[in-house]
Write a new protein. Sequence first.
Length: 532
Amino acid sequence: MFRALLLPFQVSFALSCNHFIYTLQRIPWLGKKIPHTVYHIPTIKLILSIAAELTKALGRFLAAALTLGILIFAPLYFMEGSLDNMNLFFHYFFFIFFLIAPLSGNIIFQTRDLSAYTVINILRLPQRDFFFSKIIYELGLKTARYLLLLMLSSLFIDISLLESAMLSGYILFAALIWEYGTLMFFRRFNIDPYGKPVYNIAALAFLLAVCYLPPYWGFVLKMRPVLGSGYLFALLFILAGISLRGLSRFSGYSAVTKQTITRERILEVADLLKTIAFADVNLEEKKLVKEKVAAADSLQGYALFNYLFFRRHRDIIVKPARVKAAVVAVLTVVAWALLLLKPELRGPVRENIFTFSPYLILIMFVLSSGERFSRALFFNCDRYMLKERYYKDKSALLENFTIRLKKTIGLNLLPAAALAFLFVSAALFSGAGGEMVRLIPLLVTIFTLALFFSTHYLFIYYLLQPYTAELTLKNPLYTIINTLIILISCASLQIKTTSLLFTCGVIVFTLLYTAAAIILTYHLAPKTFKLR
């Protein structure tokens, strides 16, 4: 048993560490400073492995906290305006941790990663030892996480430490019973319960509806006395013990692994991830719009090439921008209705609308089509065209970049204009018509940010070209930069400054950034914009 617990850790540590070193080596400049001999230095690999596992542990703890916060405390506060209704808390807890969490978080049939394949099929660890040790380890840590979180929660809500311990015990018991139940189902019918995700998603949607809709209609299960009963706890403890014993003695794990942890399944997961990454920019051939060259007889060269590409792929390039503009238009109508029907809202709107500029970074980030536009270019065009040498010529790259930059600016200006109209109309409806000149910095910020996000995503796409011919993300710097943009967008919510000063800062930065992007693209893209 000790070897079964230790071996998966060793494999996971090695894979995590090697992947981390490989990722660092893909970062420009920094990667050249990291020699390949680093893979053979045990001390460095041990430190990196421990850091990686600690990061995973922290991530899982935060995920558990988010589960409690989003699935229980947030709906509780939404329904009651406070966290005092313990009947509703126990109602949510029952559905989430007795039904929804075990169904969505099965260990045996959802273990389909490279680490498990390596341990079972290459290192030949017995399947029963692997699965049983994995269940003990993961459910043990899960129970400890929720025990700590529930004990901390008892400081703010009306549950005792004993109830916290019992609830964390129920999480363990329910998970063990479900794990054993799925094995019995598999042995009886020889069907992978998680083989068809559509059914599982439908079941989860049904359970979520049963969990949240009845309280909204005024019906709440009185689960506190039930879950607080020592008799129920003892009964589920016995059932969990029987399930644990059954899991340790189950003789059909080899049949399970033949359906779940195979080379084909691992590759299927990898292919699925690729499909998901480009699903929203993958257009079927029959849906491509047929364009006649005569429609643009005044164009030639790359201008004609890009025109035809944009026209034929308008459903994945233009349509998303129109949808976002339509959503903003709907919000505009809703804002009109609220300001007309509830006059008491006009004062707060009139007072706050002129100081809304810092929030625009996050809003325009959401409305931007830049990142999707870049993926559409690569998936439908550049991964084929980059095989041609003439397509990577400096003049061709700059011409294509300029044409595409104009296109993405046009796409982002559509929702930007809708947003600007929302603010103008809201100011007028709230009675701020005499102060409209104060709204000018806000409107300028909207269109300047549209220019920035248009330039940014296309620039880093040309500068880094992060995708491979196999549709994987190769350059980690691309992910790091985009993550920083998200963090900056969220952090901007805390900016406290005048609209005019904020607008001036945004304008200066965007103009400098755009100029630098064009210059760097011209000089560096011939070396960086290539098929990997």
